[in-house]
Design a protein. Sequence first.
Length: 274
Amino acid sequence: MFQAERRNNNSISSALTLFELIYHSIVRSVRKGHGNAFVAIGINVLQTVIFVMAFYVMFSLLGLRGSAIRGDFLLYIMSGIFLFMTHTKTLSAVVGSEGPASPMMQHAPMNTIIAIASAALGALYIQVLSLSLVLFAYHVAFTPIVIEEPVAAFGMLLLAWYTGAALGLVLLALKPWFPQFVSIFSTIYQRANMIASGKMFVANSLPGFMLAMFDWNPLFHAIDQARGFIFINYNPRYTDWHYALWVGLVLVMIGLMGEFYTRRHASLSWSARR
């Protein structure tokens, strides 16, 4: 009568439990911005459209349309903005996810890996859905779009998401130790990427001394390579998506080690004194 309930703790049931927790955490992270999930997605779509229109007007007023790739000019702008927003939104979501001292971690099945994964996947879900809606509306209402290698181009979007999540993981591990530094650094990094991401120009058009100012940035490589897969008239010569992949792998390893160390030493009393 009072026997403890037996649980099947094999690897399959554990994996299913993990995926279920991640799913519910993704739903929670998507609805965090607004109680209505459709409104939260609509806000992100509106932000994307405003970004695209602002850059379209700026390029037109400054006479920079001639420096773009020969092809659909709006698609050229959107290719940079989509990857930029995916990268920065994912970084913000991972940095703002639940840390080891969060009250959510008091629930036994919950852990920081689930919180990080749900924040990153939730950001990817919103960005991919927003991208699909904007491209569909543009394709139907204005002009048909042609993407030369859509699978490879989407892979560059995933690479931008991956590098954003990797850097966010490193900053999340540092956050309990240096909260002010992480907040300032993440803000500066996102603002600097307005230019350093290369979404306003292509690497082939830059002189050598300027190229050295941008090729440290994995997002710069991802955006430039994405445009090579989107447009038949552009062949990127100075960027390599392998660089972004290796930078992401290194940041993930550093972030996981830092998160493991922080999780073992984090205390609720840290935030009490701030």
